[in-house]
Design a protein around this ligand. Structure first.
Ligand SMILES: [Zn+2]
Length: 169
């Protein structure tokens, strides 16, 4: 997004509580050069975020579907919808950062799993069991074991799972 003050093309989104006004998304941004803040409005139907599935086909990124999936994983868990909304915002932001405006379904799943892992272990395992393509039950058990081992460590010292390289890395 072009900075209205200095014309620089690089910025970051500073307000994660992006508000929806009608069918537009309002984002507060900060210019990477002059650091002044401005607001952008993007029409949702003009942002064709795409998710690339395993077989190479693409489908539109469906925010509601993503939130519904997370809600299911967080059923009866102490995670608020507002928190899940902000996770969805960050997934959208990751898509937005991609020049091609698309991510693999796997990468989207990995982003969400990273977030859920820090939010709620049970929700993470539920989500992972659906989204992650564990080759066999042994692989899944290894992941669970890793999580449980991590929990025995001090808070914040949870064993990090191998991260898939996300956008901008
Ligand atoms: Zn600027």
């Amino acid at each position: 997004m072009k900075c209205p003050f200095c014309g620089h093309l690089d910025d970051r989104v500073v307000d994660s509580r992006e508000s929806r006004e009608g069918d537009a998304i309002r984002r507060r941004r900060e210019c990477a050069r002059c650091e002044r803040r401005f607001t952008s409005y993007e029409r949702i139907d003009e942002i064709p975020y795409m998710v690339v599935k395993k077989d190479g086909t693409r489908e539109r990124f469906d925010r509601q579907k993503l939130i519904a999936g997370m809600l299911k994983a967080c059923e009866k868990r102490p995670v608020s919808v507002a928190v899940l909304e902000s996770v969805a915002n960050r997934v959208e932001a990751a898509l937005h950062e991609r020049p091609e405006k698309e991510l693999s379904a796997e990468a989207v799943g990995a982003l969400v799993m990273d977030e859920l892992k820090t939010l709620d272990k049970v929700a993470y395992v539920r989500f992972a069991s659906v989204y992650r393509d564990f080759r066999d039950i042994g692989e899944f058990m290894e992941e669970l074991k890793g999580l449980l081992d991590g929990q025995e460590d001090k808070e914040g010292n949870v064993r990090a799972a191998p991260r898939s390289s996300g956008p901008g890395e």
